[in-house]
Design a protein around this ligand. Sequence first.
Ligand SMILES: [Zn+2]
Length: 209
Amino acid sequence: MAELVAAELRRSITVAMRRLSASSLMPASQGNLSARDRDTGNVVITPHAYPYEDMTPDDLVVLGPDGEQIGGRLDPSYDALLHVGVYKARPEVFAVLHTEPPYVNAFGALGRDILPVTTTGLKSANGTTPIMPFRHRRDEAFTTEMLEVMGDSHGVVWQNHGLLVVADTVENAAERTIGIEFNAQVMHLALRAGEPQTLERVGADMIVA
Ligand SMILES: [Zn+2]
C-alpha cells in the first residue's frame, strides 16, 4: 500500500519545528506546521500541544484533502482545518507554518504592517507582511479573511497572536519565517532611531540578492 505521506516530508516537519522552537520563534508547544504531499494530496500536520524536542515523524497526524483524520494516534493541531482551508484555496501552496515570533508579534500588537526594510525581509515576505485584526474564532470565515488580507504576500500576522507563512516546501516556509522575524527586528531597531527607508520606496529592481 502506498504511504499516506512521504516519509521525507514527515521528517522535514520535525526537523523544522525543532529548529524554530530552539530559535525561540514560538513558546513551548505553540505554533504548528503542515505540508501537503504532492503525490497523495494528503496533509501531514503537527499534533496538538506536543513538545517539539520529543516529536518524531510518527507523532504527526495525517489528514485527507478535506481535513478528516486518516493517520496518527494523536489529535491534530487546533489550526488543522485552517491549514486545510489554505491548501484548498491556494493550489500552489505545499507548506503552511504558524509561529509566534516576538518582533513580528510586537508589530502585530501595534497593528502596524511589517515593511521590507531589508533584502531578506523583501524576499521572505514578498513585500509587506500585513496585519489581520484580532478575531476570537479561527474558523472558516477567519481563513477567508486571512487569505484576503495576505494577498500575494508570503505571510500574514494574526494581531495579538502570531505569524502564518505559506511556501512551496517546508524548508522555504521555515526560511521565510526566520527572514520575516529578522526583518521585523531590524525595523524595530531602525524605528528607534528614525524613519527607515523601505525597499518598496527604493524599488524592488535594486535588489541584487
Ligand atoms: Zn498560535
